[in-house]
Design a protein around this ligand. Structure first.
Ligand code: KIV
Ligand code: ZN
Length: 525
């Protein structure tokens, strides 16, 4: 192919990805992911839903200020308050986009919006025009396009483009479509909408039937030139199309696509690890591209083939997506510069010398306990380094656990609560149970433990254990993480981290709820 179009990669890990129950991120965590996405040369980063809460607004604003090379986008329902708040949050962006949407399927219009199709078109046009007051880069989405009438979609998209939308997004909001069908929808829209050439057509596919990436690729084959996706396929319910799958399918099958992305694919594994550890959503070992087994060959016949010629069983090179040997990179005698340099290679950049110093002293502590420090250890160490320390109301000061054959385990814990130390103790069925009960006796938040998982970061009995704890309180779900060579301490850190998130987490309206539950009205202002 002599000429290839550009396929725009729109990453929504920080917005739709954050809508996964328990995946909410702090401003600092969003900033770190946004920087990693920028480094990977993602074209558009959807940073959040600014009207949802002051925290969301601040996070979008911080990303807009920090990111220079990617476009930063904020989501807004087709409502005045949403659009104006998104415009304000994006004010300082080098390149800012407002993404406004309204539902177009019969079921959403009748049951959720209680609006007629004419009202929906009018509201869409009004919203796009309002957004254009803030930026020339306006995306319009027809929510639940995958179950909308094609004639109505043509009508609403034509009007949105006339009103100034520069990107038209076709979401399969509930993951209902099949690849052939979705590809045909895209082709039909591009053929029938008279001003289709004045906008980029985009798709946003959910994975309810496991078809999000396949549907996105079918749309690309039929003319879509933007794909909305997330790292590790994170997202509402079963998730969104996974960035790594879409990008690598298009790159690997260049022979079949008339477009390619601008991504530095060698950053994919780093981004995947970062998102997994920040959200506490681990990557399944057999996940395409980023799973631990994605390039592992177990069967002897495969190993033999790969040794003779890699292409016998591999269609991509592991290093092209960022797999490195999980190298023993640093040790006890490594200096600050080597530490900083390796972290930068892994996509982790320190905002200040103070952050570097804090992470470096944790590194030294770890190196005393563990001779070989691997990339995964560094990643966990930085995640654990308390970048969001200023927001933490509870800190683990010390933990002592007695566990002995034939005896009931007992834990004594000291926590700092709003800078005042308090101690508690409890017995439990095991050391972790005792530690958790001791923490609960101080914190006093009544929540339900929904998940407790321990994952060994590297091999060897001196490996760090990474613990994820999922808590639920009044319908709100948070994930806490902690890592340590002592898994009881890692567990206590994770439990405290989850409580901190519960304390921070605000009751945010859902962008796709009925007017979001924040009193917003769908009627024309
Ligand atoms: O799934 C969806 O329809 C969305 C829109 C807001 C684009 O996330
Ligand atoms: Zn979505």
């Amino acid at each position: 192919m002599s000429h290839q179009d550009k396929l725009i990669i729109f990453d929504t890990t920080l917005r739709d990805g954050e809508q996964s129950p328990g995946a909410s991120m702090t401003r600092e965590e969003k900033l770190r992911i946004a920087k990693a996405l920028e480094k990977m040369r993602v074209d558009v980063i959807e940073a959040g839903f600014p009207v949802a809460s002051p925290g969301d607004f601040e996070a979008v604003r911080a990303v807009a200020r920090a990111v220079r090379d990617s476009t930063v986008c904020g989501l807004a329902r087709a409502l005045e308050k949403d659009i104006d708040t998104a415009g304000e949050a994006l004010k300082d962006a080098n390149s800012g986009r407002i993404h406004t949407f309204i539902a177009t399927s019969p079921i959403h219009m009748q049951q959720k919006l209680r609006m007629t199709p004419d009202q929906v078109v009018e509201q869409a046009v009004w919203a796009v025009k309002r957004a254009r007051n803030f930026t020339d880069d306006v995306e319009f989405s027809a929510e639940d396009a995958g179950r909308s009438d094609i004639d109505f979609l043509c009508r609403v998209f034509e009007q949105a483009i006339k009103a100034g939308a520069t990107t038209i997004n076709v979401p399969d909001t509930v993951g209902y479509n099949l690849p052939d069908q979705f590809g045909t929808t895209l082709r039909t829209l591009l053929e029938r909408i008279p001003n289709a050439d004045q906008a980029v057509f985009s798709v946003h596919c959910h994975n309810d039937l496991g078809l999000a990436s396949a549907n996105s690729l079918a749309a690309v084959s039929n003319g879509a030139r933007q794909v909305e996706c997330t790292i590790n396929g994170l997202g509402e319910r079963a998730g969104n199309a996974s960035l790594e799958e879409v990008v690598m399918a298009v790159r690997t099958r260049r022979d079949l696509f008339e477009c390619d992305t601008n991504l530095d694919t060698t950053q994919i594994v780093n981004c995947s690890r970062l998102v997994a550890s920040i959200t506490g959503f681990p990557v399944q070992p057999n996940k395409a591209i980023v799973g631990a087994n994605a390039f592992a060959h177990e069967a002897g016949i495969h190993q033999d083939g790969v040794l003779k010629s890699r292409e016998t069983y591999e269609i991509m090179r592991a290093q092209d997506v960022g797999w490195t040997q999980n190298r023993m990179v640093l040790g006890k005698h490594s200096g600050r510069n080597a530490f900083r340099a390796r972290l930068e290679e892994l996509g982790m950049v320190f905002e200040s010398e103070a952050e570097l110093n804090e992470a470096f002293s944790r590194f030294k502590e770890l190196a005393d306990k563990k001779h070989e420090i691997f990339d995964d250890d560094l990643q966990a160490l930085v995640n654990d380094a308390g970048f969001s320390a200023e927001n933490e109301q509870i800190r683990l000061v010390s933990l002592k656990v007695c566990s002995e054959t034939g005896e009931t385990p007992h834990a004594q814990v000291v926590l700092s609560l709003d800078d005042k130390e308090q101690s508690g103790e409890a017995s439990g069925g095991g050391p972790v149970d005792a530690a958790f009960k001791a923490i609960e006796s101080i914190v006093g938040i009544d929540s339900v433990l929904e998940l407790y998982s321990v994952n060994s970061l590297t091999s060897g009995t001196d490996a760090q254990g990474e613990v994820t704890v999922r808590l639920q309180k009044d319908g709100r779900i948070v994930n806490g993480q902690g890592a340590d060579t002592d898994i009881v301490i890692a567990s206590a850190k994770a439990y405290v981290n989850a409580f901190n998130k519960l304390l921070q987490e605000q009751n945010r309206p859902h962008p796709q709820g009925n007017a979001g539950g924040d009193g917003g009205s769908w009627m024309n202002p």
